[in-house]
Design a protein around this ligand. Structure first.
Ligand SMILES: NC(=O)c1ccc[n+]([C@@H]2O[C@H](COP(=O)([O-])OP(=O)(O)OC[C@H]3O[C@@H](n4cnc5c(N)ncnc54)[C@H](OP(=O)(O)O)[C@@H]3O)[C@@H](O)[C@H]2O)c1
Length: 294
C-alpha cells in the first residue's frame, strides 16, 4: 500500500478528471481516503456542482489561481495532487507544482494522460508545455512526480468529428495506410489503473515514474474491420497518406496541430513499446478492448 490517504484532483470535471474522481470515490470507503476537488471559484465546473459532489463524499475547494493562498489552503495535508487539467489549464500546472511543494504534497501527478511520444515534432513542439511541470518539480522543487502515458481514448477520439473516423457515419478517412498499431485505453480503465497504483504501490515505486499502459493495441484498419463485423453493411474507407498530411502541416507553418498529431497516429508514435508496458503493476486490470466501445 502506498499509505497515501488524502487525494486532491484539479480539473475533476473534465473527461479524465471526472473518471479519476469517480474511481477515488468508489474506493474511498474501503481505503478510507479523503478526496478533495480543486476547482475554479469563478466559472469552475465542479464549483457549480459542489452540493452533489459533497453528497458523494468529496470536499470541494473553490480556488482562485491568481491568489496563491487559496490553493495552498486547498493543498494543506494533501498526499497526492492529481492534475487533470485540459489544454487551457496546462500553463497553470507550473503554479500547481510550486504550491504543492510549499504545501509539502508528497506526490504530484502531471496531466499527461496521452501518447507515449518522447519528442514533439512538426507542429507539436508547443506540447512540451505538458512536460515543463515535471522539470520544475524534479529540478527545482524536488517534488516527487508521476505521470501516465495511456495511448488514445477510443470512446472519445473515434467519434470526435475532426478525426474523420466517426465509424457510425459509415464513411471514414484513415490517416496513413492504416496498418500501424496504436495503443488504446478507455478513460475509465485509465482511472482504475491510476487509482490502483497510487493507492497500492509503495511511494518508492511511484515517485518520479512514468507509467506506460495500454488497454488494447490495434491498427486503424483493424478498428474499422471490427466495427464492420459488429455492425455489418456498406462502409466506405478512404486513405490520406502521410505525405499529404506532412504537406498540410508544412503549408500551415507548423500551426496545423491536428494534422501534426495525426502524422504521429499514422506513423506509430502513439504506440507503446510492448516490452516496456507497466500493465502488470495492476494484476487484476482487465481493460476493455477497442471493440467493446464500438
Ligand atoms: N489520450 C487521449 O486520447 C486524450 C484525449 C483527450 C485529452 N487527453 C489528455 O487528458 C488530459 C485532460 O484533458 P481533458 O480533455 O480531460 O480536460 P478538459 O475536459 O478540457 O478539462 C479538465 C478540467 O480542467 C479544468 N480547467 C480547464 N481549463 C482551465 C483553466 N484555464 N484554468 C484552470 N482550470 C481549467 C476544469 O476544471 P474546473 O472547471 O472544475 O476548474 C476542467 O473541467 C490532458 O492532458 C489531455 O491532453 C488525452
Amino acid at each position: 500500500m502506498s499509505g497515501y490517504k488524502v487525494f486532491a484532483v484539479a480539473g475533476a470535471s473534465g473527461k479524465v478528471g471526472k473518471a479519476i474522481l469517480d474511481e477515488l470515490l468508489r474506493v474511498q470507503p474501503e481505503l478510507e481516503l479523503e478526496v478533495r476537488i480543486i476547482t475554479r471559484k469563478e466559472g469552475g465546473n465542479a464549483a457549480k456542482d459542489t452540493d452533489s459532489l459533497e453528497k458523494r463524499g468529496a470536499k470541494v475547494y473553490a480556488v482562485n489561481y491568481d491568489e496563491r493562498e487559496t490553493i495552498v489552503h486547498a493543498l494543506e495535508g494533501v498526499d497526492v495532487l492529481i492534475s487533470c487539467f485540459g489544454a487551457t489549464g496546462f500553463g497553470l500546472q507550473l503554479l500547481l507544482v510550486k504550491v504543492a511543494a510549499i504545501a509539502q504534497v508528497k506526490l504530484y501527478v502531471n496531466s499527461h494522460w496521452g501518447a507515449p511520444m518522447d519528442e514533439y515534432r512538426y507542429g507539436l513542439t508547443h506540447m512540451s508545455i505538458k512536460d515543463e511541470p515535471i522539470k520544475l518539480a524534479q529540478e527545482v522543487f524536488h517534488l516527487p512526480w508521476t505521470l501516465f502515458r495511456v495511448g488514445i481514448f477510443p470512446e472519445f477520439c473515434i467519434p470526435f468529428p475532426v478525426t474523420e473516423l466517426n465509424l457510425n457515419s459509415r464513411k471514414v478517412v484513415i490517416y496513413g495506410d492504416g496498418q500501424t498499431p496504436n495503443s488504446w485505453t478507455t478513460i475509465p480503465d485509465v482511472a482504475r489503473f491510476a487509482v490502483y497504483v497510487l493507492t497500492h504501490l509503495s511511494p518508492s515505486q511511484l515517485q518520479n515514474r512514468e507509467f506506460n499502459i495500454e488497454g488494447d493495441r490495434k491498427t486503424f484498419n483493424e478498428v474499422v474491420q471490427l466495427y464492420i463485423a459488429k455492425h455489418p453493411g456498406e462502409f466506405q474507407v478512404t486513405y490520406k497518406p502521410v505525405n499529404v498530411l506532412e504537406e498540410m502541416v508544412k503549408k500551415s507553418e507548423g500551426k496545423d496541430f491536428f494534422h501534426a498529431l495525426m502524422i504521429e497516429y499514422a506513423t506509430g508514435r502513439v504506440a507503446h513499446d510492448p516490452t516496456k508496458l507497466d500493465n502488470k503493476e495492476f494484476p487484476g486490470w482487465n481493460p476493455k478492448q477497442v471493440v467493446d466501445t464500438l
